[in-house]
Structures are given as C-alpha cells and as structure tokens.
Design a protein around this ligand. Sequence first.
Ligand SMILES: NC(=O)c1ccc[n+]([C@@H]2O[C@H](COP(=O)([O-])OP(=O)(O)OC[C@H]3O[C@@H](n4cnc5c(N)ncnc54)[C@H](OP(=O)(O)O)[C@@H]3O)[C@@H](O)[C@H]2O)c1
Length: 357
Amino acid sequence: MMKALLVEKIDGKPGQVYYPLKQVDLPKPSIRPGEVLVKILAAALNHREVFIRQHLYPGISFETPLGADGVGLVVDTSSPELEKKWKGKKVVLTPGRGWQDSEEGPEGQYVIVGGTVGVSHGTLQEYVAISAAELEEAPSHLTIPEAAAIPLAGLTAYRATFTKAKLKAGQNVLISGIGGGVALFALQFAVATGATVFVTSGSEEKIAKAKELGAAHGVNYKQQDWSKQLKALLPKDRPYLDAVIDGAGGDIVMQTFSLLKLGGIISCYGMTSNPKTIFPMQAVLKNIELRGSTMGSRKEFAEMVQFIHKHNIKPVLSSVVRGLDRAEEVFEAMKNGTQFGKLVVEVDIEGGDSSKL
Ligand SMILES: NC(=O)c1ccc[n+]([C@@H]2O[C@H](COP(=O)([O-])OP(=O)(O)OC[C@H]3O[C@@H](n4cnc5c(N)ncnc54)[C@H](OP(=O)(O)O)[C@@H]3O)[C@@H](O)[C@H]2O)c1
C-alpha cells in the first residue's frame, strides 16, 4: 500500500465550498509494458489545486490523488532497456497528457495530471506507475524541492514567454502578478534571455524580491495609475513594451495597449483577477495581438527542462514542508496568496538529504 492525498467531497456550491484534504492508503501501483515505477520524492502545488478544492476547476475527481508537479526516483522498470536507461535516475514528470508537439495546441484530448478525471494518478502520492515517455532527467544543479517545482509552472511560463510572446534579448517585457509561480519562472526565463523585465505585484516586498532576481522595475497593480507609472520607467532608447506576459486578465489590455509597440504581443496564460478582458478598438488599430497560452506540449516540456539546465536556473521556493500530512500548511499560503515562489511537499519523508538531487 502507499499513502496519497485526495480531496473529500462535502456539500457546497462552487466557489463557496473548500473540500478538505484526505490522506488515504491506496494499492501501490504496478507497472505495465513501457512503464516505470517512480518513487515520488517531492511534489509542488499550483493554483489549480486550490481551484479544485473550491470546485472551480473542470472535471474534478475525488478518487485521483492531487498534484501535477513531481520529482522522483525510478525504482522499477518493465524491460531491460528501460532498466538500463532509467533505473536509479531522478526524474521530473510531465504534468499533462495528449499534446505531443503542435505549436497550435493539443492534438488529442488534453488532461492535466492530479485531482481530475481522465488520469489515474497525481504526484501527492508515494509511487506512480508512468510511461517512460513522460520522464525527463531532473537537472543536476537542482535540489529535490527545486526539481519538484519545475513541471507545470515552468512549462506554462516557457510557452507563454517563447512560443507565444516570442521574447528575445534586448526587448522590454512586462510580467504581471510576479508573486505567482508561473510569473516567477517567466521572470527567470526572460532575464536569462537578456530581455529587460518589468513586473507588477500587489506587494512592494514582492517587487523588491523580483528586482533581486533581475527585474529592472516594478509597479503595484493596486494603484490605479500603475500603467502611467510604468510608462515613466521605460528606457529612453526603447520607450515601449515589446510584450506582456499576463496571468491576471481583467483590465490588462486596457492598461497596457498604449505602452506596447505596434504589433506588440500580450501573452495571457490565466485570468486570476477577472475571467474576462476588454479588447478596445485602439488596440486593434495598433495591431496588438492578444494570444491565449496554456501549459504546453511534450516537446516544449523537454525544451523547458533543457533551458533550465543550460542557464542554471534555480526555481524560487516559498516554503517546503516535509510529509503529506503537512500539506495543508502550503495550501493555506497558496489560498491566501502570501507565497513568493513555489510551495513544495516532500513526499518521501524517510529519504535522506533533499538539498542535493
Ligand atoms: N492556462 C494554463 O494552462 C495555466 C497554467 C498554469 C496557471 N494558469 C493560471 O494562471 C494563473 C496563475 O497561476 P499560478 O499557479 O502561477 O498562481 P499563483 O502562484 O497562485 O499566483 C497568482 C498570482 O496572481 C497575482 N494576482 C492576483 N491578483 C492580481 C491582479 N489583479 N493583477 C495582477 N496580478 C494579480 C498575484 O501576484 P502578487 O502576489 O505579485 O500580487 C499572485 O501571486 C491562475 O489563474 C492559473 O489558473 C493557467
């Protein structure tokens, strides 16, 4: 048997309910041809787990363990070839299924791992049986909790920054809501690319921390005139934004279309503040492009892991707790928005030093 974390069904309306976490014992999975058995070492949270508990997420399952992000150790394999390639390796697991390499979007029925119907596992569980095609070797410069933090947020940020915003060295980019898990990866990717990064946040402290990570300037989105403040901060020799990477929705187009260059791109991967945005005629006349962006393909996942390795990027961690029974502590931080960086649960509490891979 193995321990796993589920949400428990209780009465309540979507948005008002907050399903409790439930730790259960489930049969340890057995592997089929093409699969390997991964002992999960650590798992990280994303906002979707809070949305699942609030019943604000499609296709919730009360039987599938939670968690899309994970790092683990391959402990068993289904063939001598897989044993040679993977046994004993530390791996990060892909967080989605049904999307190989199309730039446009998933070729098949796309599902995200953990807490939803259509997949049988999450990462907040001790063992996962998984196709070997869903593994990448964890970058060797990371700790176990840092590696756990990569998959979903790293993939979303990679697609939003490079595939959609087409960000290049020397360009100016605005990244909104910098305290968010995806936004922080986008910041690190943009800095590594050589772009000049501007951020928004609801917290001065988070803006200061973003500057330590390489952001040039930041403004507080709680102040009504934040886009005016941002305009004054743009460099004299490039007084416009090339792109906006946004997870907030709402008034983002209204606030930024006048700062963007002709043909500037708003790459929007979420709508935390409001699920609708107005696209005014002035933005049409500037040839502004609003591009929706989601997690990403299997191909982009491999590229993202390589990018992190190549640029020695260390994911920002907000807090790490040890043991599935302490997961509620990190859920509270995510729910209250107090985190700066990823929230991680070390699933393997008997494991040794997690400060190395
Ligand atoms: N489409 C996809 O495939 C996909 C994938 C991943 C995430 N998402 C979506 O992207 C969003 C962020 O996800 P996450 O996991 O990174 O969440 P998260 O870590 O909880 O971050 C949310 C952030 O939103 C920011 N925020 C809140 N109100 C804001 C406002 N009015 N204006 C600007 N920023 C605001 C906050 O930034 P500060 O703390 O700095 O104030 C907060 O840290 C969610 O809506 C999520 O569902 C979508």
